[in-house]
Design a protein around this ligand. Sequence first.
Ligand code: PEP
Ligand code: MN
Length: 338
Amino acid sequence: MIVVMNPQCSDGQIDQVISLLERMGLQGWAIRGVGRRAIEVLGTNGQFDRRLLEGAPMVESVLDQADPFLAAGRKPGDRTAEVPLRGDATVGGTKIAVIAGPCSVESRSQLLEVAWAVKEAGAAGLRGGAFKPRTSPYSFQGHGEHALELLALAAEETGLAVVTEVMRCDYVDLVAKYADVLQVGSRNMHHYHLLAAVGRQSKPVLLKRGWSSTLEEFLLAAEYIMLEGNHQVILCERGIRTHETYVRNTLALAVVPHVKSISTLPIIVDPSHGTGHSHLVTPMSNAAIACGADGLLIEVHPQPARAWTDGEQSLDLEQFRSLMAGLRPFAEACRREM
Ligand code: PEP
Ligand code: MN
């Protein structure tokens, strides 16, 4: 059970509610996050007087543990949060935000070629891995800071927002120096120290769903970021691992309308990692927009067959242009703009 306090309440008023809980035979744990103030009630014995608690000074509401999304939860009348990318571009407003680019930053010419192509096709953001989380330690691990410099250069030339992954707490400042949005990847969704570290800086965070996580765990990971004060979180559904083998991951699109019904966080879909096959990326992008996604994260490479990483799921430049053109009717049907 969680006692949600008025945000203006003082530490003393929190202590008073904790004392009240103690008199009822319960223990309270103060959650002192920026923006929301609340008390977790430990050891609920079911015999307390709920109305007495609800009537205590500065108590806003008493939530059952079944409703654990203190920062990311949606109350009736709430709208989806609009998270800034760069310039006028946002995620979560009327306009669909497409973030596209290579899996890994390979070279200056590769990155600039993709950046200009995706920009001209209507993308708002440029993705590209500088630090790559690879299953094998012998695989290409990314060009590191040099790749961050290339991403910043491409952003300056094109105006696209840079979205790139950070894997280590001690690299958060470095990545934040170059990126517009920090990505926390699927493998790190449960890395609570990293979530807190990106929550303590001010750039928006793109949080990818852990491939074996439930939706509740996914939203609680977002809470870890928001509790530190950074409410600019964009969720990304990127598929989960199932017994199925014809796709790399099973893209769980039902998460999109469900998140819309329980959370104010914007959500985008990654059909590249979500399927693992380039021929499935366009139909699943259409489906994502049709079910209410606020945007897409798509891997694009000038020559997918020669990509250093994830070539099988990357679109070439022409395929990306036709994907963007084909998305328009789906966006319009959902009263969204491209
Ligand atoms: C990526 O988007 O670069 C990536 C590694 O994806 P994921 O974390 O979803 O596997
Ligand atoms: Mn990839």
